[in-house]
Design a protein around this ligand. Structure first.
Ligand SMILES: C[S@@+](CC[C@H](N)C(=O)[O-])C[C@H]1O[C@@H](n2cnc3c(N)ncnc32)[C@H](O)[C@@H]1O
Length: 720
């Protein structure tokens, strides 16, 4: 209990504060007085009947709110005035239309009026309109710049950050999200040099930031422990797993509320009432997003809407307003992106064991203490990036895409997108099949395939015959594929186990290792060992079966919908699937130039010192079975200059969702074979496809030049 005098002091302080705040409100209003009066009289210029003071005041208030919304974008009232007058005329004084969607009509009209101007202003605004248009909408900007003072009243354990409108704003119809998971929105406290350089008509997020009372950067603090609280019933996420782990303060479980509140009482329009977005993550890495639109629930005749149609509606709306050019944009991917980013942000900011430095991107090693959110945003997706990037007219950011990198060479188109808009398109020649570079010794001849190695007496589909044909001999008398074209579970499991947990006897050591020999002809080092592999043998030309035979999967080429994209973890380009893939699906083959190891070694020497991605794989699956291999028989594939889409598949230590399996097609020996990628588990649309390159990060002699791994796997081998 507080003593009586202390209570009085508190009350007095509150009154004093109120007076100050009220004074500020008045001061601000006073400065606008003239303009407002002038504007309202302009509005009613042609008004014939006597104007009631109520109507005058109501109009004044609405105009005031409109200016507030545009001022938040750094636009001068004077500039908005003619636009507002025009719109009122156009809409026959219907304010609702102007106020709808956070004054979108007004803001769009303002920018459109600006765009039609000539000169440098125009150029700047054009760029602005392309890259900044989405953020013209105040509620979106709010997501990034406003933190509610109401968060102060929340318990520190919750750290739930929601937005609420200040008392001054409460009469304005404006829905606002405070996008402010503390750790997602931290910014370095520094001045922005671009701000000074910007032309006066470039209204940027930075402008907005300066106008908000309390910017995110003032609030956030990296040093604070991660927010964690029990996502109870109120957030609607109370599944067992979540509630079980919730409430702990170990930093693994996070709940962030992106709230939107507005004075419902003052808003007749239900669309602008309370809503909030809640994101929770569990220790196991799951992320759940809960949308709470209580105003919708309060609607008469409330029915649960079909979520897909809401997503479709949103997609259309965003495609229109954001002018996104990527054909793959969908709300689903946006949400997935949001989850991914959330998890990344969480991972990146988890305390590191022994205070070790944390790595962000390819080669950046930064001390945790000096880590700024600028780096965090660099490694996160563009939801976060946008916040930092779109600060000036000269900083372009637009999605760039290619429709088909294969130029028609594959059965399917493979698109490429760069959501950062910053990367040069990769330079290489797309080839759908391996080609010999120079010295590799390869003979594809029917004469080399003995009758016992093919099924000339078969017809139709070998998989449907009661007794498996000779082509199944390689896989123990059973075909590796199911009738649906997937790898059989047993076969896949055996391959994955050999790869992930190889036993000693899974390695073979060649007497005269071609890899070592290629480095030094005179004093070769002992062989480091090659992993024994399981092979698939597909039917081929000498076989009597049909091309649609179930034992011809890899040779029929890519059938799934793939996309090359710019990763957000500093890995460069990556490959993702745009469709769900069942476990055991064939994805693509690794295609490149067929080189001898000596040729590859020489290429690597030439490229030494050049900081670039490398793309070789060694075809060493059977090197142990022959005592000595001639140089021209010890082969590898290099996709650096010529290759297919597989050249974009990034490495993931241990638990990649793809596995590479050797496939014999046209040659009976195993000096040359195809390397085909199959999924190791069910993969969902938009997941990045990865495989374990099998590299030892300490072996600097490995044909794949060592890189700092940012695979994100819990089993990453490159943790130093
Ligand atoms: C076969 S390429 C993969 C495609 C490549 N990311 C690109 O942009 O073209 C292999 C190169 O990608 C990069 N890379 C692949 N996986 C990575 C990972 N887990 N972490 C960091 N870099 C990676 C490395 O530079 C590596 O040399």
């Amino acid at each position: 209990m507080l003593p009586y005098y202390a209570c009085n002091a508190v009350v007095l302080c509150l009154i004093f504060l109120d007076v100050i705040v009220y004074g500020l409100v008045l001061m601000e209003d006073k400065s606008d007085d003239k303009l407002m009066d002038l504007l309202v009289s302009h509005i009613f210029e042609k008004h014939v009947s006597p104007l009631s003071s109520e109507l005058f005041m109501a109009t004044r208030k609405r105009a005031c709110c409109a200016f507030k919304a545009t001022r938040a974008l750094g636009i001068q009232d004077e500039e908005v005035k003619p636009v507002l007058l025009n719109l009122l005329k156009l809409f026959h004084m219907n304010w609702e239309l102007i106020e709808a969607e956070d004054y979108r009509a007004l803001i769009d009209a303002y920018f459109e009026s600006k765009e039609s101007k000539s000169g440098s202003d125009e150029k700047c605004l054009m760029e602005h309109s392309v890259h900044e248009r989405p953020s013209k909408r105040p509620h979106l900007k709010q997501q990034e710049v406003q933190i509610s003072s109401s968060t102060d009243s929340l318990s520190p354990v919750e750290k739930v950050i929601s937005s609420s409108m200040s008392p001054k704003d409460s009469t304005c119809k404006r829905a606002s999200f405070a996008f402010s998971s503390e750790r997602l929105t931290v910014e370095p406290r520094r001045s922005h040099p671009q701000k000074e350089k910007m032309p006066p008509n470039c209204h940027t997020r930075e402008h907005i930031k300066t106008k908000t009372k309390e910017s995110v950067s003032d609030k956030a603090d990296f040093a604070e422990p991660p927010a964690a609280f029990h996502p109870g019933n109120d957030c609607g996420l109370g599944s067992e797993a979540w509630s079980r782990v919730g409430g702990s303060t170990n930093g693994n479980n996070l709940v962030t509320r992106l709230g939107s509140q507005c004075d419902a009482s003052s808003s007749k329009d239900r669309r602008y009432c309370n809503s909030n977005v809640l994101i929770a993550s569990s220790a196991s890495g799951e992320v759940k997003i809960s949308l709470n639109c209580d105003s919708a629930v309060r609607c008469q005749n409330f029915k649960v809407p079909d979520f897909n149609s809401i997503l479709k509606y949103l997609e259309d709306k965003y495609l229109m307003t954001h002018k996104l050019v990527t054909p793959e944009f969908s709300m689903k991917t946006l949400f997935e992106d949001l989850c991914e980013c959330y998890v990344q942000a969480v991972q990146l900011h988890d305390p590191l064991p022994n205070n070790k430095a944390m790595r962000i991107g390819n080669s950046n090693v930064v001390d945790r203490k000096s880590t700024s959110s600028f780096r965090l945003s660099h490694s996160c997706n563009n939801l976060l990036k946008a916040k930092h990037k779109a600060t000036a007219c000269d900083q372009k950011r637009s999605v760039r895409s290619l429709n088909d990198i294969t130029k028609g060479a594959e059965n399917v188109k493979i698109s490429l997108v760069d959501e950062t808009g910053k990367e040069d398109f990769p330079k290489f020649i797309y080839i759908p099949q391996n080609i010999i570079y120079q010295n590799a010794y390869l003979i594809f001849s029917l004469a080399r395939i003995a009758d016992v190695d093919c099924c000339s007496s078969c017809s139709g589909d070998c998989l449907s015959s009661r007794i498996p044909c000779a082509c199944a001999r390689e896989t123990g008398g059973e075909f590796a594929y199911t009738p649906k074209g997937l790898l059989k579970d047993d076969f896949l499991t055996a391959c994955v186990c050999m790869r992930r947990a190889p036993k000693k006897d899974h390695f073979v050591y060649c007497q005269d290792c071609p890899l070592e020999k290629s480095k030094n002809e005179y004093l070769p080092e002992p062989c480091k060992g090659h992993l024994l592999r399981k092979f698939i043998k597909e039917c081929w030309r000498k076989c009597g079966c049909h091309m649609t035979c179930g034992n011809r999967v890899v040779q029929r080429g890519i059938t799934c919908n793939l996309q090359v994209f710019m990763t957000h973890q500093g890995k460069g380009w990556g490959l993702r699937t745009l469709q769900d893939l069942a476990k055991g699906s064939f994805v693509c083959e690794y295609v490149g130039e067929i080189l001898t190891n000596t040729e590859l070694y020489e290429r690597n020497i030439q490229n030494r010192g050049i900081n670039r991605h490398t793309y070789p794989v060694t075809l060493d699956a059977d090197w142990g079975s022959e005592k000595v291999l001639r140089d021209e028989e010890a082969l590898c594939l290099d996709a650096t200059f010529s290759g297919n889409v597989a050249r974009f598949i990034n490495h993931r230590c241990h638990d990649g969702n793809l596995i590479d399996i050797p496939v014999e097609v046209e040659t009976p020996d195993r000096h040359y074979y195809h390397l085909a990628f199959f999924t190791t588990r069910d993969v969902t649309a938009s997941e990045e496809l990865t495989w374990d390159y099998g590299i030892d990060f300490d072996d600097h002699d490995h044909p794949i030049k060592a890189f700092r791994c940012s695979c994100g796997s819990a089993y990453c081998r490159d943790i130093k």
